[in-house]
Design a protein around this ligand. Structure first.
Ligand code: NAP
Length: 198
């Protein structure tokens, strides 16, 4: 993959369980408001790239961001009933609808090219991969920064994040967060990882 603008960083942001689980039945398995806040704070104003299934799981474009949806096969961008995750992200207040846009592309290369063009126009220095399993797996080898929240328990799942090779990454930040309950709000740690220079 050629890099259309190397000054704009390609980041991924994800929340994973101890066993790398990220989703089941095309939905999130847990509900961690602190992680949703972290996601919103980190990505707001910056282009986000996601697979068609993750977009359908959200039900709606995330506000205040260019939403770039990758699909080989479908024409329309369906707007569904927003999920609880989406509503929680919205419920944090802020007038953030400006800058919301939705774009469909047919390849990861086109998604990155478009996201970088939008970021450059908006004076941003970072674009995000926001899932799901297929898109994380296809882009992890070229991801430069990884924001990963790791939950301190395992979950039954059908979608997983690829195994992280910790030797490839420098830990820039590490912030533990206590459990709020045992079922779907376990303790977790927020990491920011930067790919080591090769
Ligand atoms: N824990 C987290 O942080 C997190 C974050 C995001 C999502 N998730 C979870 O992840 C799950 C969804 O992940 P998923 O792996 O099933 O699906 P996905 O990666 O969201 O989307 C897969 C779809 O993207 C398109 N696609 C993938 N690679 C492509 C390529 N190279 N070129 C063109 N199009 C491509 C295809 O769409 P078409 O079939 O339309 O061609 C494919 O079916 C859900 O459970 C969701 O809740 C978790």
């Amino acid at each position: 993959m050629t890099d259309s603008n190397p000054d704009i960083k390609l980041s991924s942001i994800v929340c994973i369980a101890k066993n790398n689980a990220i989703g089941k039945d095309n939905a999130m398995i847990w509900h961690i408001p602190e992680d949703l806040k972290h996601f919103k704070r980190t990505t707001l104003g910056k282009p986000i790239i996601m697979g068609r299934k993750s977009y359908e799981a959200l039900g709606k474009a995330l506000p205040g961001r260019a939403n770039i949806i990758i699909s080989r096969s479908y024409d329309a961008l369906p707007e569904g009933e927003p999920t609880q995750v989406f509503k929680d992200m919205e419920a944090e207040g802020d007038e953030i609808n400006s800058g919301t846009s939705t774009h469909k592309v047919q390849s990861i290369e086109d998604a990155i090219k478009l996201a970088k063009a939008i970021a450059q126009k908006d004076g941003q220095d970072e674009i995000f991969i926001t899932g799901g399993g297929q898109i994380y797996a296809e882009t992890l080898p070229i991801t430069e920064r990884l924001y990963v929240t790791i939950l301190d328990r395992e979950y039954d799942a059908d979608t997983f994040f690829p195994q992280i090779n910790w030797d490839e990454w420098d830990i820039k930040e590490q912030r533990p967060h206590p459990a709020e309950n045992e079922k779907d709000r376990p303790s977790c740690t927020f990491y920011t990882l930067e790919r080591k220079a090769s």
